[in-house]
Design a protein around this ligand. Structure first.
Ligand SMILES: Cc1cc2nc3c(=O)[nH]c(=O)nc-3n(C[C@H](O)[C@H](O)[C@H](O)COP(=O)(O)OP(=O)(O)OC[C@H]3O[C@@H](n4cnc5c(N)ncnc54)[C@H](O)[C@@H]3O)c2cc1C
Length: 391
């Protein structure tokens, strides 16, 4: 495994650092203090698009990447994800773009679907969003239990159900909705449907109150006899075998876990830096116990980064990385929580006051253990692979 960071990635990391410091951290603090997501017309988003953000990895209908498109390895994108989350993980997720469902569409979408749904993200004229809706009030970790139904109706489909905690749903151009064709058949009957904004029956958007990561919206919504055309079924009528719908959804999470892990390492680093700066300023480093705790934290955060990069390195070679992806997420999310706890403890009343970055990080970081498979679920996945639990 190559550990050197190539010059272009180094340059992009420096750009990310400058952008994070100047734009992301202030936007994140602003939204946290107002306890509301950054509004769609916030200048931050226009600036993000101006500097080339919010674009799809899809090269466009010609199949040729545009002149300014840059191929980013998974390892490089993880290093960037760490750096950006260092400045503000909520803003990192709030950023415009085709987001979580892009991997699904690239893997399973028809050419027509890529053009229709990813096309507007090739050179976006304004901040645009898309999102992936899996979670329901009765189906979180057990994604096979989703109850949103899709029923064939002439040349289209009728969707009924409720989704919750979906990132950016009310501002998305389209939502990729995971639904079941037959609840009795479990995961084998799941497929995904593009539901465009304004489709009759899509509504009741309610932005959830969150303890942290307030910069981006997490939204519940309902689908009531919501009709979409046959062309909105991801992959089309013949798109893959009967298990493809569920498998592809899981592929999105496998690709996402190392990113969450990298985000967690970045947040852990931010907490560590706050703790170290405070300890230096208040002469705490002369105390062995304080020094030891800081040293141990710095050491394990670097360890988590290595596991995360290993997951990315395997993905770059298209080799199975399920164990490493789950290990990275389980490890990094837990350690990042420890880093914010250490920060709160060292800062004492200063940290607990409610207006210090460490307090925000302490609230922000818990979600890293929950999203895209909780820590417990990651351990189940690892155990299945390494110990062989019954499926
Ligand atoms: C900030 C945030 C953003 C989110 N964004 C999205 C999004 O964009 N799209 C989307 O679809 N979803 C999203 N989610 C939902 C997220 O994926 C779910 O919260 C997650 O899957 C856990 O589901 P749950 O909350 O229903 O918990 P449950 O599944 O009810 O779990 C409750 C507890 O039981 C444990 N548990 C469950 N099953 C097992 C098991 N087999 N073994 C051991 N322990 C187990 C869990 O670890 C957890 O501690 C988001 C959630 C949050 C908090």
């Amino acid at each position: 495994m190559e550990f050197a960071v190539d010059p272009r990635t180094r340059e992009r990391l420096q750009e990310a650092r400058a952008w994070g410091r100047a734009a992301m951290r202030p936007a994140g603090l602003e939204s946290d203090r107002q306890a509301a997501p950054l509004p769609v017309d916030h200048p931050y988003f226009a600036k993000a698009v101006e500097r080339g953000g919010g674009r799809t990895r899809w090269p466009g209908p010609s199949g040729r990447p545009s002149a300014d498109a840059e191929r980013t390895s998974v390892v490089a994108s993880l290093l960037l994800a760490e750096e950006l989350a260092y400045w503000d993980r909520g803003v990192f997720v709030a950023d415009p773009g085709p987001g979580l469902p892009e991997t699904n569409v690239l893997a399973l979408g028809t050419e027509e679907q890529k053009e229709r749904f990813l096309g507007p993200f090739v050179a976006p004229d304004r901040p645009r969003w898309a999102c992936f809706a899996m979670t329901e009030p009765g189906a979180g970790s057990d994604a096979a239990a989703i109850a949103t139904t899709a029923r064939r109706d002439g040349d289209g489909w009728i969707l009924n159900g409720a989704k919750c905690f979906i990132g950016g749903a009310s501002r998305s151009d389209w939502i990729l909705v995971q639904a079941t064709l037959d609840p009795a058949k479990g995961r084998a009957a799941q497929r995904a449907f593009f539901v465009e904004r304004g489709t009759p029956g899509l509504g009741d958007f309610k932005i959830e109150k969150k303890m942290g990561l307030r910069a981006y919206e997490s939204t519940s919504f309902t689908l009531r006899d919501c009709r979409v055309s046959a062309a909105n079924l991801l992959g089309g009528e013949t798109g893959g075998d009967s298990r493809a719908g569920f498998k592809t959804a899981m592929r999105t999470f496998n690709a996402g876990r190392p990113v969450i892990a990298a985000n967690a390492v970045g947040m852990g680093r931010a907490a560590f830096d706050e703790a170290l700066a405070f300890a230096r300023a208040h002469d705490l480093l002369c105390r062995d116990r304080v020094r030891d705790r800081l040293e141990a934290m710095a050491r394990v955060l670097r360890m988590a980064r290595l596991v995360c990069l290993r997951a990315g390195w395997l993905a770059d070679r298209e080799r199975p990385n399920i164990v490493e992806a789950s290990m990275a997420k389980a490890l990094a999310a837990g350690l990042a929580q420890q880093a914010t706890t250490l920060g709160i403890e060292l800062l004492g009343t200063v940290g607990a006051r409610g207006d210090h970055l460490i307090e925000k990080l302490y609230r922000d970081v818990k979600a890293m253990d929950i999203v895209e498979g909780t820590g417990q679920v990651q351990r189940v996945i690892i155990a299945r692979q390494l110990v062989g639990l019954p499926r």
